[in-house]
Design a protein around this ligand. Structure first.
Ligand code: SAH
Length: 358
């Protein structure tokens, strides 16, 4: 038997085609689409204005992706929530809800694991397991919205994974999450963060979208950048920055540059000056992220004084800069840490069981 169709990843048009193939009236597509994307149904049985016969036919043809919430940790400091979700195949991903004055923002994962190998990042330690489907990206938001009973207004694709390494699914996801018959999140409220896969930045620039692109810069020169990010060996900064300029020219969207500050690696005055040189003439925003140490690596967070000096120097040079609020520090800080800890614990339990059997 062929695999069932992932109904939550289908556009309204594709769902209409499916209804036609099934001999159903086209208006059914919109009804079902609304159940999935507006009412965020987790089963076909919930779709009460759809006949039982059709619901059964839907069961036979489609699968309805619904993530299982394994765990949620709520920060006592700022209300940030970190979710651990299980996918249908048993893989585990994490997502984060951040509450801001301007609304609720969800940080989603785009892959299970990651193959980019950034040295300070927990998501990449075990490599890439697989890409997430559009439905699996969407459902992180749907499950969280249901959990908090409030609307999610902003999405950042900054969780585990490299979104531009899962390009087609990312685009489908963006189209679905912004669709007027779905959650209808404004494109301008969506940020996609990339380590800098140059050809895909050009592709994205040509898509005619109004989303914000964030580039993980982390160093003002190739030499230092290569020590932190293997991708820098494939694409030198000159090429990455040119791609960012084209993104800005085509979309009019101001670039965000992310810069994780690592003590003694990229946080001194010389680097701050070099960064000003590199981006000073651009209309952009810099997001400084005090590195969140992971136990597998010996990177250390910059001292507060260095962070502030770094910021001040950028500001003096007319660069728009913020230090990222370290949200949810009390509940497993950095990307991929919650998942990693869960998997490590599972491994340990597995070993114990094995020990017991021997
Ligand atoms: N693959 C995308 C999304 C990754 S996560 C990218 O590379 O942009 C979002 C940001 O957090 C990236 O800038 C990433 O480099 C950064 N990051 C990951 N782990 C971190 C850590 N332990 N401390 C500080 N920043 C980290």
């Amino acid at each position: 038997m062929s695999e069932k169709i992932d109904i939550k990843s289908l556009s309204l048009g594709e769902l209409r085609q499916n209804m036609e193939t099934m001999g159903e009236k086209p208006f059914r597509a919109k009804q079902i689409y609304e159940w999935i994307h507006q009412k965020q149904a987790v089963s076909f049985a919930e779709m009460t204005n759809v006949s039982k016969t059709l619901r059964e036919a839907l069961e036979g043809r489609f699968c309805l992706t619904a993530l299982e919430m394994l765990d949620v940790k709520i920060s006592k400091i700022d209300g940030t929530r970190k979710y651990l979700f299980a996918l249908a195949d048993g893989n585990v991903i994490e997502s984060v809800l951040m509450k801001y004055k301007h609304g609720n923002s969800v940080c989603i994962s785009s892959q299970v694991g990651c193959r980019m190998g950034c040295r300070f990042c927990a998501s990449t330690l075990d490599g890439l397991e697989r890409n997430l489907k559009p439905s699996e990206m969407l459902d992180q938001i749907y499950r969280i919205q249901r959990d908090i009973g409030e609307r999610v207004s902003h999405v950042v694709v900054m969780g585990s994974g490299e979104p531009l390494d899962n390009y087609e699914n990312l685009l489908k996801f963006i189209r679905l999450v912004t669709d007027e018959n779905g959650l209808m999140i404004s494109q301008r409220n969506i940020t996609v963060s990339t380590c800098g896969i140059v050809p895909r930045i050009y592709d994205l620039a040509a898509e005619n979208l109004q989303i914000t692109l964030a580039l993980s810069l982390h160093a003002p020169c190739d030499e230092v950048r290569r020590t932190l990010m293997p991708i820098a060996n494939a694409y030198p900064l000159k090429e990455v920055m040119h791609a960012c300029d084209v993104y800005f020219e085509k979309t009019g969207r101001r670039m965000t540059f992310e810069y994780s500050l690592v003590r003694g690696v990229n946080d001194n005055e010389q680097e701050a000056r070099a960064l000003c040189q590199l981006i000073g003439h651009r209309n952009c925003h810099v997001n400084l992220i005090p590195v969140n140490p992971i136990k597998e690596r010996d990177f250390v967070q910059s001292q507060r004084e260095n962070i502030v000096n770094f910021k001040n120097l950028l500001e003096k040079n007319g660069i728009n800069v913020t230090i990222r609020r370290e949200m949810g520090r009390d509940i497993d800080g950095a990307c991929g840490q919650l998942r990693k800890r869960y998997l490590d614990q599972k491994d340990r339990k597995g070993d114990e069981q094995l020990g017991g059997l021997q």
